[in-house]
Design a protein around this ligand. Structure first.
Ligand SMILES: [Zn+2]
Length: 282
């Protein structure tokens, strides 16, 4: 898909599975199980749709999937792919890791930031994208390093700690233009400083909402995930942004939908949103 001089493509950071109850939080299973199938362990399929944005001068990647460092135990628990799915997916697009100039992270959870680092043959951590600047919200960075007991196990320093001492970290505050036509929108909700990424040039606009609306199943206001730290804020943010997307006839991109990567939406008479156009890939 072309947005003037930017070209957009989804690349896979790896498939995995998540508990169905966690995925839909307060929504009872008799409701969500009409739309979604589960495996024998009550798990729902998830993609990690990362975004590759290419121009003649720059390659920008939004989110990195869970990477290649998961232990066998962790991998089994979420049925994650082996190897390095993102590296493979980028290679299929003819892009090497060294050719990525900018990595934008919507937040620092493992399934978004895990691919920032890898272990080399000696077992040492190194940056996956050796030439890239990494763009992260200052607030998200601070919370991830705060070591609060109530957020234990939410952030793994091995995924992004290396950036702290490098010149490859760019911390931003609030809604900013990261590159021409690519801007951040702090949504809160999922994490306090979770950001959506909006790509716009000319009349076209693409909204990568990340975990504020991770799949098409999460379009209804109340269908938030149990991972959200502040569900009320997720509901408010989601509604407001979905309204904007519908008004602008923009594309909404899903980060975790196993079947759809992009849809267009319209508001219905209850103030909820229906899908009017769908894309399984681009
Ligand atoms: Zn996620």
């Amino acid at each position: 898909m072309q947005v003037d001089d930017w070209q957009l493509q989804t690349v896979s950071g790896g498939r995995f599975k998540v508990d169905g109850g966690t995925m839909f939080s307060v929504v009872p299973k008799p409701l969500w199980s009409r739309k979604v199938t589960v495996d024998e362990l009550n798990r729902v399929d998830q993609a990690t749709n990362c975004l590759l944005i290419r121009s003649s001068e720059k390659n920008v990647l939004v989110d990195t999937g869970y990477g290649s460092k998961l232990s066998d135990k962790q991998r089994k628990l979420i049925d994650a792919e082996e190897g390095n799915p993102l590296e493979q997916s980028l290679a299929e697009q003819g892009v090497t890791l060294e050719e990525i100039d900018t990595v934008i992270l919507t937040h620092l959870h493992f399934d978004h930031a895990g691919g920032v680092t890898r272990r080399n043959e000696d077992g040492d951590l190194e940056l996956e994208f050796s030439n890239a600047e990494h763009v992260i919200q200052q607030g998200e960075w601070d919370v991830a390093h705060a070591d609060w007991p109530e957020l234990r196990n939410v952030y793994s320093i091995e995924n992004f700690g290396l950036l702290a001492d490098s010149s490859q970290l760019r911390l931003i505050e609030g809604d900013v233009e990261i590159a021409p036509g690519i801007r951040s929108l702090v949504t809160g909700g999922h994490t306090e400083f979770h950001q959506a990424i909006i790509i716009e040039q000319g009349y076209d606009a693409f909204y990568y909402l990340a975990d504020i609306c991770p799949t098409s199943w999460n379009l209804p206001t109340a269908w938030c995930t149990g991972f959200d730290l502040n569900q009320l804020e997720t509901r408010r943010s989601k509604r407001k942004i979905l309204e904007e997307i519908a008004d602008r006839d923009a594309w909404l991109l899903f980060d975790h939908d196993p079947e759809l990567v992009a849809v267009k939406i319209a508001a219905d008479d209850r103030g909820e949103f229906v899908i009017t156009e769908r894309r399984a890939n681009f």
